[in-house]
Design a protein around this ligand. Structure first.
Ligand code: C5P
Length: 397
């Protein structure tokens, strides 16, 4: 079920007595960490109120196609693009026939046509309706045309008193089957923590020591890890970048704050990537008032900051730990040295002496190094390289 975390599930509910079970399905999906948006047909609203599903999904329920107010909120095309997966449960005989016909005469059928997200239906109806050749032909047609998954129905006692096939699969089993659909994502079910950007070490209330790190590489890694299905925790220094979609961001300023945030989230993390340019030193004493100028020269005593990645790599339940080595000379030798000294599983070396790549640039050029191998990746966008790094990490896990 952990694979459902952060997934965007569009749950379609159609008119049938099994619609009352959809409330439990919404709870199971939300409980597993999915974002759920419910779309109801007119028939569904005769069996269960939108208010119940709104409360359980913590989102407004969608039901009309041509309602200007609803379209102004999240329009049908936006909703179609939003979904990672569409599940229709229960799917009535009438809905299945409209799906087979390619109808777009209400919001739910329109969404099914407008979305490229995978689609599954959980049929629920009277056993004779299910076994009717018209329904069976519709089922065969939607599987052939659109590779729609059909989950169920179960056989047994029906609400109408009949016995036979037509019961909706139980909500928990539906949620588990849905979770399995996300298995093929390489980091599905994994938590990846990434540090990014510079740290800021205060000297007094208005001054600090920092560096030129833009955070772009770490943010690109967060995006790539999220797209590979991971739950991503991004510990970000002060940078001017938007939070990538579906990434949990924690803002910090100093190295000590970064370490505190990392340690707080460490127990749940499978992979740690230290992409931050952590300041090596901080002021021994931070002045409480603005430092005044007096003499021609002045000294600031600095003390060493904690090494965050080395602390992570020394922890009892060490995650797969990946560091960066930004170097201006002897790139390979220094990077290998850090791999060993900090007890890392992998290190990404990059030459920051070239002003066209590295710090603040959109591009980078890297060498992915582990104990057994080193693989160079020539200049490319940070996002492309982030995808290569994430692929390499998932192959090693
Ligand atoms: O600064 P250095 O070259 O040692 O950085 C190598 C790696 O160690 C990077 O992944 C960086 O994020 C991490 N690091 C850290 N804490 C520090 C210094 C560096 O996590 N105090």
């Amino acid at each position: 079920m952990h694979r459902l975390r952060n997934k965007r599930i569009l749950l379609g509910i159609t008119g049938g007595i099994a619609a009352y079970k959809s409330a439990e399905l919404v709870r199971a999906l939300s409980g597993a960490g999915s974002q759920v948006r419910v779309v109801m047909t007119a028939g569904a609203q005769e069996f269960i109120t939108p208010l119940t599903l709104q409360a359980l999904s913590a989102n407004p329920v969608h039901h009309s196609l041509l309602d200007p107010e609803a379209e102004a909120g999240m329009g049908h095309i936006e909703l179609a693009k939003w979904a990672d997966y569409i599940l229709i449960a229960p799917a009535s005989a009438n809905f299945i026939s409209r799906l087979a016909a390619g109808a777009a005469d209400d919001l739910l059928t329109t969404l099914c046509l407008a979305s490229v997200a995978p689609l599954a239906i959980a049929p629920a109806m009277n056993q004779a309706m299910w076994l009717d050749p018209a329904t069976q032909a519709n089922i065969e047609k939607i599987q052939r045309l659109k590779a729609i998954q059909i989950w169920g129905p179960d056989a047994g006692q029906q609400a109408c008193g009949d016995v036979g096939p037509g019961r909706m699969i139980e909500p928990l089993a539906l949620a588990q089957t849905l979770a399995q659909q996300f298995e093929n994502q390489s980091l599905s079910g994994k938590t990846v923590m990434i540090t990014a950007g510079p740290t800021r070490e205060a000297l007094d209330p208005v001054r600090y020591i920092s560096n030129h790190s833009s955070g772009k590489m770490g943010f690109a890694l967060a995006t790539a890890a999220m797209e590979a299905g991971a739950h991503v925790i991004l510990i970000a220094g002060p940078v001017n970048l938007a939070t990538p979609d579906r990434v949990d961001r924690v803002n910090i300023a100093s190295a000590q704050q970064m370490l505190d945030a990392v340690q707080q989230h460490l127990p749940q993390c499978d992979v740690f990537i230290g992409a931050a340019a952590v300041a090596d030193y901080r002021a021994a004493d931070v002045a409480t008032q603005k430092i005044k100028k007096h003499d021609d020269d002045m000294c600031i005593r600095l003390v060493k900051n904690p090494d965050i990645i080395a602390t992570v790599a020394a922890s009892a339940d060490k995650p797969f730990t990946v560091g960066f080595a930004a170097e201006t000379q002897d790139v390979l030798a220094y990077a290998r040295g850090k791999l060993v000294k900090k007890n890392l599983d992998m290190i990404i070396a990059n030459d920051v002496s070239n002003p066209e790549i590295g710090f603040n640039s959109e591009d980078n050029a890297i060498i992915i190094i582990d104990a057994a191998s080193q693989t160079p990746f020539p200049r490319a966008t940070k996002y492309y390289l982030a995808q290569q790094i994430i692929n390499t990490i998932s192959n090693k896990l």
